[in-house]
Design a protein around this ligand. Structure first.
Ligand code: 4NP
Length: 160
């Protein structure tokens, strides 16, 4: 499985999702590829936000070496599942992907844990540190659901 987590800046939400997902995958000895990207260019090359790093560190996850990159249309080819953290991110992904967009593989992240809710992971960027903790818990829970759902599947199964 190849999983891409996408948010707006790739410095707050999706880096946490990448770190948490990779940690759960490694603990399960699965050979999955996990990455993250942002739909905007503001923070390309930067490490995750200090509060994102801090909440991950507190939970035994080191995301300090991750670097922000921009989401590109080719990601539709290179990943099996693309999780968008929010509805506005879904719109930007559609725009960037253009004719490469594939609704079967681009999924609103919280739909895995709260099906039918249409919920977005709140953007903690403008808020206090506590927001990052709330976002971490939401992301951790949803990554656990994703792991259980796909742990026995391979990329090829998704095409069936
Ligand atoms: P993220 O949060 O999409 O979770 O990484 C944001 C980071 C930066 C900005 C907005 C959201 N920004 O406007 O710079």
């Amino acid at each position: 499985m190849r999983i891409l987590m996408v948010c707006l800046g790739n410095i707050c939400r999706s880096p946490i999702a990448e770190g948490v997902m990779r940690t759960l995958v490694n603990r399960s000895n699965l050979d999955w590829r996990v990455d993250s990207a942002g739909t905007e260019s503001y923070h390309i090359g930067e490490p995750p936000h200090s509060y994102s790093q801090k909440i991950c560190q507190k939970n035994g996850i080191d995301i300090s070496q991750q670097k922000a990159r921009k989401f590109v249309a080719a990601d539709l080819e290179n990943f099996d599942l693309i999780y968008v953290m929010a509805r506005d991110v879904m719109e930007s992904v559609k725009h960037i992907a253009g004719s490469a967009f594939d609704a079967r593989k681009v999924i609103l992240f919280l739909e895995e844990s709260h099906p039918g809710s249409g919920r977005s992971v709140p953007d903690p960027w403008y808020g206090p540190e506590a927001g990052y903790s709330e976002v971490f818990d939401m992301i951790h829970h949803t990554c656990s659901v994703i792991l259980e759902k796909y742990r026995t599947r391979t990329s090829a199964d998704l095409l069936l």
